[in-house]
Design a protein around this ligand. Structure first.
Ligand SMILES: [Zn+2]
Length: 338
């Protein structure tokens, strides 16, 4: 936590291990799912079933047809060397009458999320809206039982969190082909913003950097976020500022609405790291844009006092909680591969 002379607070996201920088080119054409699914298997089709046009780790074939269900183990011989899944979800060709979260689209990214909430949870109902709207991706929440295995292992071929997998010719080895990400809510309330104590090691969220297949898990400290907003929106006597004096720059008002927006932002930020964002690295070696760049992947959320007419007395607090990913992030987001 840094604090300048104007009393501005930077609420830091968690530190990330530095990783080497990769520059990827995004796809710019407006290709639709019908373009892909409508021509698979036909002569002259620009797409293949095994390809992955939207780079989300699910093949065009899987996203057009939906994920198959084979829940028997060990598999029958005729299931060997085939891609399988325990997930129940429709393919693009079966989308009629379905909402987007109920089917896959080979032209826009799909991400499977295993969220483990605390009790009582602070995660708001529309917790994925910032990530989905900002990145143009669709998140499919799943449960522990939807995955092949939930036991961690450092072995690459271990099916931990696998949503699609392949069984080898012997019928005994399952190799993950695409994994879900895991998000855990942590209810620790130790404050990052706790003057005069510098608790900058107390993050609002932490995550690895990489794709869902790189061992990626994240923790979001929802109680810390909630308590931070509650504290910053109190005067020195402990009285909470009125709703129009505890605000986000984009218009959200009131303590509860602000901390819920902050949690949505932080979930989007951490899921962004699990989608290989940002490609840019900040001065601390983390995958962030600079503070006050006002993007979801910036290094910190800013909070500044609202001054009374005399320019001295503080009568409120304003937050800069971004809900925006720049176009380069939307094209660089990578959920397939490592
Ligand atoms: Zn971060």
């Amino acid at each position: 936590m840094r604090r300048d002379r104007s009393g501005m607070a930077f609420l830091l996201h968690g530190a990330l291990a530095a990783a080497f920088l990769m520059l990827a080119y995004g796809t710019g054409e407006a290709v639709l799912g019908t373009d892909i699914c409508g021509c698979l298997g036909r002569t002259g089709c620009a797409y293949t079933s095994a390809g992955d046009y939207d780079n989300d780790g699910l093949t065009n074939g899987e996203e057009c047809s939906g994920l198959a269900q084979y829940r028997t183990w060990p598999p029958a011989n005729n299931k060997k060397n085939t891609d399988q899944s325990w997930i129940t979800i429709y393919g693009y060709t079966s989308r009629t009458g379905k909402t987007r979260d109920q089917y896959l689209d080979p032209a826009t990214k799909d991400l499977f999320l295993w969220m483990v909430t605390g009790s009582p949870t602070n995660v708001p109902a529309d917790n994925l809206s910032v990530f989905q709207n900002g990145l143009g991706a669709t998140v499919h929440p799943i449960g522990q039982g939807d995955m092949v295995s939930t036991t961690p292992s450092a072995i690459l071929t271990n099916p931990y969190r696998a949503v699609t997998y392949r069984i080898d010719a012997t019928g005994t080895q399952r190799t993950a082909r695409q994994k879900a990400v895991k998000l855990t809510e942590n209810l620790n309330q130790q404050l990052q913003y706790n003057p005069p104590v510098d608790n900058s090691t107390m993050p609002m969220g932490v995550a690895n950097w990489g794709t869902p297949n790189g061992g990626d898990e994240t923790t979001v400290y929802t109680a810390r976020i909630k308590k931070t907003v509650e504290n910053l929106c109190k005067d020195p006597l402990g009285n909470t500022y009125p709703p129009n004096k505890c605000v986000d720059v984009a218009g959200t008002q009131g303590v509860e609405n602000v901390w819920k927006l902050y949690i949505r932002h932080t979930i989007a930020h951490e899921l962004g790291h699990l989608s290989k964002l940002s490609m840019e690295v900040d001065t601390n070696g983390n995958h962030h844009y600079a503070a006050e760049s006002y993007t979801v992947m910036e290094s910190a959320v800013a909070a500044k006092p609202i001054y009374a007419a005399d320019g001295v007395a503080i009568e409120g607090m304003k937050f800069w909680i971004s809900t925006t990913f720049p176009a380069i992030d939307r094209s660089n987001a990578t959920m397939g591969g490592l």
